[in-house]
Design a protein around this ligand. Structure first.
Ligand SMILES: NC(=O)c1ccc[n+]([C@@H]2O[C@H](COP(=O)([O-])OP(=O)(O)OC[C@H]3O[C@@H](n4cnc5c(N)ncnc54)[C@H](O)[C@@H]3O)[C@@H](O)[C@H]2O)c1
Length: 294
């Protein structure tokens, strides 16, 4: 979407960090912006900050894991701004610990927000974008942890790998409709993500950190050199304007990612696959293509 001035962006998790950085960039581009977030005090503060930058901003209290509330938020955004053109499914939480120690509540919380929130945003807004027939763009926030897994962060990785896969598929599905999809895979951005437990619902039990105080201090320090959210927001704006499939700014992970991909390529370095199997893959593509032609 080259022309963004006057269009509307809906940003979940817009009260802090990456979401607020994106909202700032969108305001700078002359867009109307809806920020939706579970943290009401931070939401009000963010709305004031964006308004001071000259933004036409609307704030909505929203838990992205609540499907009905997502639909109501979309209605509210449309009532306020007419239509929504750019959807940013960004709200997210982190949980640190080993899978062997995780409770079902831990899984439900992280997957409910990080994956469920994205699913709910897509199920709510994408049919509306298609119906409007004016193109649009979907931005899903994954992470570098959606491309490479690490021990102690595996539930988060699970959610983010899912968001990458979902986004790559959605991009293929929506291209014929003139709707772009970008997935964000950053490493460290200086935000409040290390304090995500602040938003864990009481009903989901234990909110204690698996990291001790020294571990938390190390983790916080590891973000000192992280990217500024406003700088990252500007990269996302550019990606929306140029329909980039990925925003992956942190090159320090390139060597490790290359090792991962080369390890897979090595597995495939054997003999060529049988022609019938290659043909089968082509037929499968054609079968799915028929869905679009109907
Ligand atoms: N900061 C990083 O280094 C980094 C790296 C990769 C990916 N990410 C991703 O960026 C996204 C934004 O996180 P951030 O780093 O800006 O952290 P943040 O904590 O600063 O912002 C996250 C926002 O999401 C909101 N939120 C949490 N649960 C919610 C819910 N159920 N419904 C609605 N809003 C909710 C929070 O209130 C907060 O405003 C997340 O998806 C995160 O996983 C962050």
């Amino acid at each position: 979407m080259k022309e963004l001035a006057g269009k509307c962006a809906f940003v979940t998790g817009g009260a802090s960090g990456v979401g607020l950085g994106m909202a700032e960039a969108f305001v700078g581009a002359g867009m109307k912006v809806v920020i939706a977030d579970i943290e009401v005090a931070a939401l009000d503060e963010a709305a004031s900050k964006l308004a001071a930058l000259g933004g036409d901003v609307h704030a909505i209290a929203l838990d992205v894991s609540d499907r009905a509330a997502m639909q109501s938020a979309a209605d509210e955004a449309e009532d306020r701004f007419g239509s929504v053109n750019v959807i940013c499914n960004n709200a997210g939480v982190s949980w640190r610990g080993f899978m062997a120690d995780a409770s079902y509540d831990d899984w439900d919380w992280v997957l409910g927000v990080n994956l469920g929130g994205v699913v709910n945003g897509i199920a709510t807004f994408v049919p509306r974008l298609i119906e409007a027939g004016e193109g649009g763009h979907v931005v899903n926030t994954a992470s570098m942890a959606g491309l490479m897994a690490s021990a102690g962060n595996s539930i988060y990785c699970t959610s983010k790998f899912a968001v990458v896969g979902l986004s790559e598929g959605l991009r293929k599905e929506l291209a014929p409709k003139g709707i772009g999809v970008t997935v964000l895979c950053p490493a460290a951005i200086k935000t409040n993500i290390n304090r995500a437990q602040r938003n864990r619902p009481d009903a989901l039990g234990d909110t204690s950190e698996a990291l001790d105080a020294d571990g938390m201090a190390l983790l916080d320090k590891s973000f000192d050199g992280g990217t500024d959210p406003a700088e990252f927001g500007a990269m996302v704006l550019d990606a929306v304007q140029n329909d980039a499939p990925y925003v992956i700014p942190h090159q320090e992970f390139a060597a490790a990612y290359r090792d991962k991909v080369e390890g897979i390529m090595d597995i495939w370095s054997g003999e060529a696959p049988p022609a019938m199997r290659v043909e089968g893959n082509e037929l499968r593509k054609q079968a799915f293509q028929r869905m679009w032609e109907r």
